[in-house]
Design a protein around this ligand. Structure first.
Ligand SMILES: Nc1ncnc2c1ncn2[C@@H]1O[C@H](COP(=O)(O)OP(=O)(O)OP(=O)(O)O)[C@@H](O)[C@H]1O
Ligand SMILES: [Mg+2]
Length: 235
């Protein structure tokens, strides 16, 4: 029997053409929310894409609920219970807010319906008829998260949701994600914003040049300026 809804990554190698980007990446995400931080170009998005079937992996293993997902098509990964919020939100500009959510629809028996997404993000309900390209960055991010939730994910994988958002909007997003985590939503959050990463993640993985350089408690990283400097170049 596998641990329920556990994401297990082992010895993952990923290439872009001949370039070896991810090198032997291993980690687990269970009930405790996990954040991944790392400077630009370290391989975080490559990892997210490999996890959800959007980038071919060279070698290794990605299992969820004990099921091997490496090499599976994205729709299979979604079907296995992994929801994906891509970096840059990737909303569909031709559709309104409501059309976006209706297009994904709700899964039968799921906690997530279009109305439930509007309850979580009342701002989206106010903006339901607005074209997605006219939404603010924060609203687009809410839409991207709402869209992922409608797939009823056991595990939500998010790639830099705070990118380009005002601090007050980021703070709101932290509150929403913590609410989801308290409800039992499992989360793997990729973030360059250390404050966001450590407010949502209990554990933090640091990616440096395609490897996991550190795996530690969020509080531990927050308290260690030397490590922050070493891994992230912040003080
Ligand atoms: N389409 C691509 N073709 C070739 N190389 C790529 C491609 N996309 C990314 N790379 C390279 O792979 C490496 C990892 O990029 P990746 O986007 O995964 O980094 P990241 O950690 O997500 O960075 P960021 O913080 O900027 O989002 C970088 O060296 C990048 O130049
Ligand atoms: Mg990235």
């Amino acid at each position: 029997m596998s641990d329920d809804h556990r994401l297990t990554v082992r010895d993952l190698d990923v290439y872009y053409d001949q370039v070896h980007i991810l090198q032997g990446v291993s980690f687990d995400v269970g009930a405790e929310p996990v954040a991944m931080v790392g400077r630009n170009g370290m391989g975080k998005t490559t990892l997210a894409k490999a996890l959800v079937g959007l980038h071919p992996a060279g070698a290794g293993s990605v299992t969820f609920d004990g099921r091997e997902l490496l090499g599976a098509r994205p729709y299979k990964v979604v079907g296995a219970g992994i929801g994906y919020v891509p970096q840059g939100r990737r909303i569909w500009p031709a559709l309104s807010t409501h059309e976006h959510l209706r297009m994904v629809g709700a899964k039968p028996g799921s906690r997530w319906t279009v109305d439930a997404v509007y309850d979580l993000f009342p701002r989206l309900a106010e903006r339901r008829r607005v074209g997605a390209s006219k939404l603010s960055g924060g609203e687009q991010q809410m839409l991207a998260i709402g869209r992922a939730l409608l797939t009823n994910p056991r595990m939500l994988v998010m790639d830099e949701p705070s990118e380009g958002l005002a601090p007050s909007v980021v703070e709101q997003l932290v509150g929403t994600l913590r609410t989801l985590v308290d409800e039992g939503q499992r989360v793997f959050l990729i973030e360059q914003n250390l404050g966001f990463a450590t407010e949502v993640g209990e554990r933090v993985l640091v990616m440096v040049n395609g490897r996991i350089a550190a795996d530690m408690g969020a509080d531990e990283l927050l308290a260690d300026e030397e490590k922050q400097n070493l891994y992230l170049g912040v003080s």
